[in-house]
Design a binder for this molecule. Structure first.
Ligand code: NAI
Length: 490
């Protein structure tokens, strides 16, 4: 079979396949969905445009979607997060020969430029023949952070307006690149994204930042198709964001710097799910952790968990390590970075790089950048002092390490798979029965959340207690669940 793809090096496929094989063993949720739906093929006819870190774990997700009947095109949602061997194995496919590619078109490699990144995002929608006939193109999006969804929405918006606006002086560099990508697209086909938007049945979104964008679109009445918020499945955000980061944050810091964390002072900005996992991990290494928060509830939680809660300005010259985890912007300013101790380590695990003012840092007169190794740079101030910045302010757990481990991603990706099945079957675009998903944002029903958790119990030797009928009646719930009301917070 031949198809278009662009990755770093196809000869890495064997190394990738070994890692995928081991990951499958650690991903019981995905593997049991493959078994459950092998015959039914609920994703037959689905053409999924996927934008999510092209890691080994994502390879298992992609091959699960294919095993359930889907056709897939894939890009990474971050310029640094691709594991090149995983990308190669996915392109080659499980049968493992480069003479006859049986896999999936992937457009992803570690260390993309921003121009390349947006080119890859466009490629996941470039299904053969789609410009002549949109109905042969993507009909589902699987997104992480919302960039694929953004491309379709902005593209369709500009096409309706008859052109792409000029960039404003203060527009960030990345936004200029998006505008250029869409300008190019419109010259090739002035109605490309309008056609794509009309055929998309829905999007399933992985992360907090992407979900926030979806709710904004829905609130403004601009969401063009239904969306399932996968992030807020309990078995996603309360596991991946927290326990996943608890593993992959220290992994990234250690691979990048080899600095001993015990005894050091670390600031964690934000005490949501990712912040909680980060603070726990750093404390586990013996660091003294200080938390910053804007939300009194989260600040109180941090205090009761035993952390000092402070304002960054008051501690910026004391800490050895600064980690942002908020999904917000301008958490650490260039001015604050100049006040840090010499060789302080600065990194981010929130979705986008604007948590740290990288643009402001680059504009400091006389500042110098020294590459220590890939994704580790020392920024030397004119005063002589320096800071160590990881992954240029982008997700350091994926840039400096390999992201979350398989077991926790099995839980997240089981939710993704179930959400794809739900939306593909019941989007109002094609389904007018009861329970059709309209162009709004939904979470999966609690019973499915409980199912995802259940799929992971055996592997950990968990023996669940079963409710008796009598106990269930007393609590007013069903023996088979759901066990909690919607408002329960875990
Ligand atoms: P969350 O909403 O639970 O937590 C964010 C916290 O940051 C909130 O408590 C909020 O009050 C606080 N915050 C916002 N602005 C702040 C400011 N200026 N100063 C101090 N605190 C502030 O969100 P969650 O799930 O923890 O996700 C955070 C980010 O991490 C998102 O961008 C999400 O997409 C990303 N993420 C990254 C992962 C990774 O592997 N690196 C995994 C999962 C999520």
């Amino acid at each position: 079979m031949s198809f278009d793809y662009k990755i770093a090096d196809i000869s890495l496929h064997e190394a990738g396949r070994h890692q995928i094989r081991l990951a499958e063993h650690e991903m019981p949720g995905l593997m049991s969905l493959r078994e459950e739906f092998a015959e039914e093929q609920p994703l037959k006819g689905a053409r999924i445009a996927g934008s999510l870190h092209m890691t080994v774990q994502t390879a298992v997700l992609i091959e699960t979607l294919v095993a359930l009947g889907a056709e897939v095109r894939w890009a990474s949602c971050n310029i640094f997060s691709t594991q090149d061997e995983a990308a190669a194995a996915v392109v080659v496919g499980p049968q493992g020969t480069t003479d006859d590619l049986q896999g999936v078109p992937v457009f992803a490699w570690k260390n993309e430029s921003l121009e390349e990144y947006w080119w890859t995002a466009a490629q996941i929608f470039a299904w053969p023949g789609v410009d002549e006939d949109p109905t042969v193109g993507a009909n589902m999006i699987l997104d992480d952070g919302g960039d694929a969804t953004l491309l379709v929405h902005k593209g369709a918006e500009f096409e309706a307006a008859g052109g792409v606006p000029s960039a404003q002086e203060d527009d960030p560099e990345e936004y200029r690149i998006i505008l250029e990508t869409l300008r190019q697209s419109m010259t090739e086909n002035p109605q490309r994204f309008t056609g794509i938007a009309s055929t998309i049945k829905g999007v399933t979104e992985e992360t907090t930042t992407g979900v926030n964008r979806l709710y904004q679109l829905a609130r403004d009445g601009r969401l063009l198709f239904p969306a399932i918020n996968v992030n807020d499945s309990v078995t996603k955000s309360k596991f991946d964001n927290k326990y996943g980061v608890r593993h992959s944050l220290p992994d990234g810091i250690m691979r990048a710097t080899d600095v001993l964390l015990g005894g050091k002072t670390a600031v964690v900005c934000g005490y949501g799910d990712v912040g909680k996992g980060s603070a726990d991990a750093l404390r586990g290494q013996g660091a003294r952790v200080i938390v910053t928060e804007i939300d009194p509830i989260n600040a109180l939680q941090a205090a009761m968990d035993g952390y000092q809660v402070a304002q960054l300005d008051d501690v910026v010259d004391q800490a050895h390590l600064f980690i942002t985890t908020t999904g917000g912007k301008d958490l650490i300013t260039a001015e604050q970075m100049q006040r840090m101790r010499d060789k302080a380590i600065v990194g981010n695990v929130g979705h986008f790089d604007n948590e740290i003012d990288m643009a402001g840092l680059a504009k400091i007169p006389g500042i110098k950048k020294v590459e220590i190794k890939p994704q580790v740079r020392e920024w030397v101030f004119p005063s002589g002092g320096s800071i160590i910045l990881l992954s240029e302010g982008r997700l350091l757990n994926l840039g400096n390490a390999t992201g979350h481990p398989s077991f926790v991603m099995s839980s997240s990706f089981a939710n993704q798979t179930i959400a794809q099945i739900e939306l593909f079957a019941k989007s109002h675009k094609g389904f007018d029965g009861d329970g059709a998903y309209l162009s709004d944002v939904y979470t999966l029903p609690k019973i499915l959340d409980e199912k995802v958790a259940r799929l992971h119990l055996d592997a950990l030797g968990v023996r669940l207690t079963e409710l008796t009928k009598d106990q269930a009646e007393y609590l007013g719930i069903d023996v088979a669940g759901p066990y909690k009301p919607e408002h329960y917070r875990y």
